[in-house]
Design a protein around this ligand. Structure first.
Ligand SMILES: [Ca+2]
Length: 326
């Protein structure tokens, strides 16, 4: 099962609304427009026919106002939560030259949705209904040394660890689970609007994606949204932002259905660089191409300063150099 999102559908609906409003505007006839201007400049020269025409024009304008308000609020697909900006960057992001320096086994039954190191230990969140889990993984063997399954009604998504708590998003279930990082005991749940995709943190705030180009910065105590940034590059907004990793003042992100990892400035949302991992699957595990899905999973071990990547149902986790430089 592949996850879907309605970002493109939302955009198409918005485009239709704009087109409808544009058509309606053209219904204002030349006579109506000239009346509007003449009345504005000569209010003493009103007669009954002009007054009736004015009423008609005012009704049309009043009809259009809610439409424009809806369009203005609806373009992000997130209710009234407009990101700080969506403007294209002036320059194309730089291409990152990286090197794969090591490879480790990865559990091919894990549909990787979240990957994170904490205190030198590797944690992973797996998705799919009936197969979702939170796991502590032994990097050397790829095996889970501690895990907790999710109820079959939940599709596990991004994870992050802050202040000895593990936060785990769910795809469409609007539930974020909070666990004790050591025991995996469930401490509490938060609910939220929209979908849950990737998650990371900057040491103070949780940061999550939802399949659009938005990144949501949240209070770890309340899960309330504190700010939103829109991720964009020289071509405009970059949608389908998925798994995240905050490292040394920037964010690395997977893009769903893509072999590219982007480097984002968390202040502006601008994509400053990209690393293209096309061909990695073909080169390192050609025998598993039928099962292995998209690149998803980025984890930085700050204790050893090493970066790891993997994908959904991939048989390998790769150690990569070149993406963590400032
Ligand atoms: Ca991560």
């Amino acid at each position: 099962m592949e996850k879907r999102n309605n970002t493109h559908q939302t955009k198409r609906c918005t485009d239709n609304r704009i087109e409808k409003n544009a058509n309606y505007l053209t219904i204002l006839s030349f006579k109506e427009v000239t009346t509007l201007f003449s009345v504005s400049f000569a209010t003493h020269n009103l007669n009954v026919s002009k007054l009736n025409l004015m009423k008609k024009i005012i009704n049309k304008i009043a009809f259009l106002i809610p439409f424009f308000a809806f369009v203005a609020c609806g373009t992000t697909g997130v209710k009234n939560d407009a990101p700080s900006n969506n403007t294209p960057t002036a320059n194309e992001p730089a291409q990152i030259q990286y090197t794969i320096t090591n490879q480790y086994p990865h559990d091919t039954s894990t549909y990787t949705e979240g990957l994170e190191f904490n205190n030198g230990k590797l944690y992973e969140s797996g998705g799919q209904y009936g197969n979702s889990k939170l796991a502590l993984v032994d990097l050397a063997t790829g095996k889970s040394v501690q895990k907790t399954p999710l109820d079959k009604k939940y599709f596990g998504e991004g994870i992050t660890i802050l202040n000895n708590k593990i936060y785990q998003l769910t795809w469409k279930e609007k539930t974020c689970f909070v666990y004790d990082a050591k025991t995996f005991a469930k401490l509490k749940e938060f609910s939220y609007d929209g979908e849950g995709w990737g998650m990371t943190n900057n040491g103070k705030q949780l940061i999550n994606s939802d399949g659009s180009n938005n990144l949501y910065f949240r209070d770890p105590e309340t899960f309330k949204v504190l700010s939103i940034i829109g991720v964009s590059d020289n071509n405009g907004p970059v949608g389908n932002v998925n798994e995240l990793e905050y490292i040394n003042g920037y964010i690395l992100a997977n893009i769903w259905q893509s072999d590219v990892i982007i480097k984002i400035d968390p202040e502006s949302g601008k994509v400053i660089a990209k690393a293209d991992f096309s061909g990695t699957k073909e080169k390192y595990f050609p025998e598993s191409l039928d099962k292995a899905e998209v690149l998803n999973g980025i984890a930085y071990d700050s204790t050893t300063k090493r970066l790891f990547i993997t994908g959904k149902y991939w048989p390998k986790i790769f150690e990569v150099k070149g993406l963590t430089d400032k």
